[in-house]
Write a protein that binds this ligand. Structure first.
Ligand SMILES: *Cc1c(COP(=O)(O)O)cnc(C)c1O
Length: 369
């Protein structure tokens, strides 16, 4: 039995420190927007090579606050990926704007900048690239496109904390970068949490106001805002974990290297690696025409698997009113039909990797054994 994700060991090692710190927070009585929240904002901003971090209640909210701070609203279009978690599109919808889906590069599963250019209209206000599975989108052409047309960029970095694009951290290329600390992410809290980062003092101030009911100073409200803050307990837990993040990401990459080598003889594509990005392997995602066969074989042998994502957003019932049809985004639809993800987490041991690999070979279509 190998679960798709098991963080119990990494958490066990840090538990004494976490318990001590949570006790301190309880005794201090400072539960929201206190010293840990501020310190984490500074630490994440610094790692992202920008000036400001704004802790919020989730990654979804970080995207929402960032888009609101850019004044995205009704009548506006935001171009994004359809092959992502639905929160990416929801954040656009929450603003009253319309998500416009562009197709992906089949190598990386990220937005294809040429396909983004085809979707530009007079209503386009922003581009929302997703750094899916731990690999950066190709930012240079997207930044050039945004400059040329006066658009904002908000980066969805929920799956890519620690990833570098041409040597610089994701989140520093757009007007804002948005992280999620959902427990299963590479840096996960003990509940929901998120953060937006930006180099713009104005955007930072607006997001700080928006997350706290639109107030500029206590009980003076400039606009109708939201209740979306990162609490002290989550921030403190994240600060205890953060110094280990790079090491954990290296362990993930080493496991991915092993899988790449050991699965090379099977009828599947191991994850493509773009030359311009590092990969932090939030997911180790393969693609194959034989997905159902692999999935049933792995399940039989107790190997945890996931399909991220089985239905691209443009074909989800929730977005039926946008009027997309099957065939509109060929690469996104093909990816949704072919991908599945194998167990990957920092403490996955060599013998567990071997067990997954053996199960993969046993599950493979007959002609390939
Ligand atoms: C997890 C995730 C989000 C949302 O983050 P939450 O913290 O769960 O709200 C957004 N986009 C992507 C790509 C994600 O994986």
């Amino acid at each position: 039995m190998i679960p798709i994700l098991d963080l119990s060991q990494q958490t066990a090692a840090l538990l004494p420190e976490i318990e001590r710190t949570v006790g301190e927070i309880y005794r201090s009585g400072s539960f929201i927007l206190g010293k840990h929240g501020k310190a984490l904002e500074a630490e994440i901003a610094q790692r992202s090579e920008v000036g400001h971090g704004i802790g919020v209640a989730s990654g979804t909210d970080a995207l929402h606050m960032a888009l609101r701070a850019l004044n995205i609203g009704p009548g506006d279009e935001v171009i994004t990926s359809s092959f992502t978690f639905i929160a990416t599109a929801e954040a656009i919808s929450y603003c009253g704007a319309t998500p416009v889906f562009a197709d992906i590069d089949p190598l990386t599963f990220n937005l294809d900048p040429r396909k983004v250019a085809e979707k530009l209209t007079s209503r386009t206000k922003a581009i929302l690239p997703v750094h899916l599975f731990g690999q950066s989108s190709d930012m240079d052409p997207l930044v050039a496109l945004a400059k040329e047309h006066g658009l904002g960029i908000v980066e969805d970095c929920a799956q890519a904390i620690g990833t570098l694009y041409k040597g610089r951290p994701v989140g520093c290329f757009g007007a804002a970068g948005c992280f999620s600390f959902y427990p299963t992410k590479n840096l996960g809290a003990f509940g929901d949490g998120g953060m937006a980062v930006t180099d713009s003092a104005d955007l930072a101030q607006r997001m700080r106001s928006l997350r706290a009911h639109g107030q500029s100073e206590r009980y003076y409200h400039d606009e109708v805002g939201y209740c979306s803050r990162l609490d002290e307990i989550q921030a403190a837990i994240l600060r205890i974990k953060l110094p280990h993040l790079d090491q954990w990401n290296r362990q993930r990459a080493a496991i991915a290297d092993r899988y790449d080598a050991l699965l090379a003889d099977l009828p599947l594509h191991t994850p493509g690696r773009a030359s311009y990005s590092t990969h932090t392997y939030h997911q180790y995602t393969v693609r194959t025409e034989h997905r159902e066969q692999f999935l049933s074989g792995l399940k039989e042998r107790g190997i945890g698997v996931g399909v991220y994502y089985p239905v691209p957003i443009h074909l989800q019932k929730a977005y039926a009113d946008l009027g997309y049809q099957p065939g509109d985004l060929k690469e996104s639809e093909k990816a949704a039909a072919e991908v599945f993800s194998l167990p990957i987490y920092p403490d996955l041991r060599e013998e567990q990797i071997a067990e997954v690999v053996e199960a993969m070979h046993k599950a493979a279509p007959l002609a390939w054994v």
